[in-house]
Write a protein of this length. Structure first.
Length: 121
C-alpha cells in the first residue's frame, strides 16, 4: 500500500485517492494480493477509444494524458484491459500512470519495478 500513498503524493495529496496504482486482495489472505497498474501496452486500447485524442500513445508503450482535451467520457477506463485507469472524481477525469517509477521506491517488499519494455514483447 505504500506505493499507493507514494503515487498520490506526486500531486501533493495524502491518502491514495489520486493514486494510479492499486493493491487489492486476490480473495482472502491465503491468496495474497494483486497489484493493478498500467502495463504500458503497445497499441493501447485505452487510447483507441478516446474521442478527443486526449490520450496519445507514448513512445515505449502506454499513454500520455492531455487533461485539457479530456471531456471525462470514461471510455478509456472501460477499455483498459487491466482495469488500471482510475478516476479523479474532483476533476471528472481519468488518473493515468505517468511511468515515473516513484512507487517502486516505496515498496517495502520489493514486489514492483519499472522496466523498459522490449519492442514486440
Ligand atoms: S475520459 Fe478523457 S481521456 Fe478517457 S476516453 Fe474520455 S476524453 Fe479520452
Ligand atoms: S491504461 Fe490500460 S489499456 Fe492503457 S496502456 Fe495502460 S494497461 Fe494498457
Amino acid at each position: 500500500m505504500e506505493c499507493m500513498f507514494a503515487c498520490s503524493r506526486r500531486v501533493g495529496r495524502g491518502g491514495f485517492d489520486k493514486s494510479a496504482i492499486f493493491v487489492r486482495s486476490a480473495g482472502g489472505m491465503e491468496h495474497g494480493f494483486v497489484i493493478v497498474v498500467c502495463r504500458a501496452c503497445e497499441n493501447p486500447p485505452c487510447a483507441k477509444v478516446c474521442p478527443t485524442d486526449a490520450l496519445r500513445e507514448r513512445e515505449g508503450g502506454g499513454v500520455i494524458l492531455d487533461e485539457d482535451k479530456c471531456i471525462g467520457c470514461g471510455n478509456c477506463a472501460e477499455a483498459c484491459i487491466m482495469g488500471a485507469i482510475f478516476w479523479d472524481d474532483e476533476k471528472n477525469k481519468p488518473i493515468v500512470c505517468k511511468y515515473c517509477g516513484n512507487c517502486t521506491n516505496y515498496c517495502v517488499h520489493d514486489v514492483i519495478s519499472l522496466v523498459e519494455a522490449e519492442a514486440g514483447a
